[in-house]
Design a protein around this ligand. Structure first.
Ligand SMILES: O=C([O-])CC(=O)C(=O)O
Ligand SMILES: [Mg+2]
Length: 219
């Protein structure tokens, strides 16, 4: 029997926990209040898409947005993890996109309904290759960027996060047990905008990784 390899965590079928409004500049651009506690939502493992496969625009949206985010891959599970030990639970990182049907999210927000169809559809979580934690010694200070058809749309630094990675791991694990292979999306900086069929998205963590995805309409 071969041991499972964390570097293909997206094949493990574990959960994807997303943090929203973790950058003040992004909360402001969508006219949301700055949160006093992390805003959490989930994506299913079927949301994963890897380079080489397209991001598919759901048929029900006419305003699909990109959100570039640092993803944290859990290496050691736990419940009620103290902040002081939190980084021992991290196996590594991945650059992620939190693809969002903004029109559907707006409708859900105004009706007080959950964001599931806005956030959790197939291909709503493009991910880069796995980045072992040694390659990002200070995850609280890395630059993220995203370009659409070679135009810079998002550029931010994880130092702008409202809630730090150790805080998020500790907070989430108080309510949702973290398991090896889980992924935490840590929120997006400002600059989110719409993408169309045939667009090319390129994103990167400065000096660490780049990835590219094409946008296609669903048949
Ligand atoms: O949809 C939103 O604005 C919330 C979110 O995911 C983020 O801030 O990254
Ligand atoms: Mg997001």
């Amino acid at each position: 029997m071969t041991a499972r390899n964390i570097s293909r965590f997206w094949e493990w079928g574990r959960k994807i926990i997303c943090v929203g409004r973790n950058y003040a500049d992004h909360a402001k651009e969508l006219k949301n209040a700055i949160p006093t506690e992390p805003v959490l939502f989930l994506k299913p493992p079927s949301a994963y898409v890897r380079e080489g496969s397209p991001i598919l625009v759901p048929l029900y949206t006419s305003n699909l947005h990109h959100e570039v985010e640092l993803g944290v891959v859990i290496g050691k599970g736990g419940t009620a993890i103290p902040q002081s030990n939190a980084m021992e639970h991290v196996a590594g990182y991945a650059l992620c996109l939190d693809m969002t049907a903004r029109d559907i999210q707006d409708e859900c927000k105004s009706k007080g309904l959950p964001w599931t169809l806005a956030k959790a559809f197939n291909t709503s979580c493009p991910v880069s290759e796995f980045i072992p934690r040694e390659r990002i010694p200070d995850p609280g200070n890395v630059k993220l960027w995203l370009r659409v058809n070679d135009q810079l749309r998002q550029s931010g630094c994880t130092s702008q996060m409202i809630f730090s990675i150790p805080y998020l791991i500790s907070y989430i694990s108080d309510f949702i047990t973290l398991e090896e292979g889980d992924l935490i999306l840590t929120g997006t900086p400002k600059g989110v905008s719409a993408v169309q069929e045939h667009d090319e998205l390129q994103a990167g963590i400065e000096d660490v990784v780049t990835m590219s995805f094409r946008v296609d309409r669903q048949d």
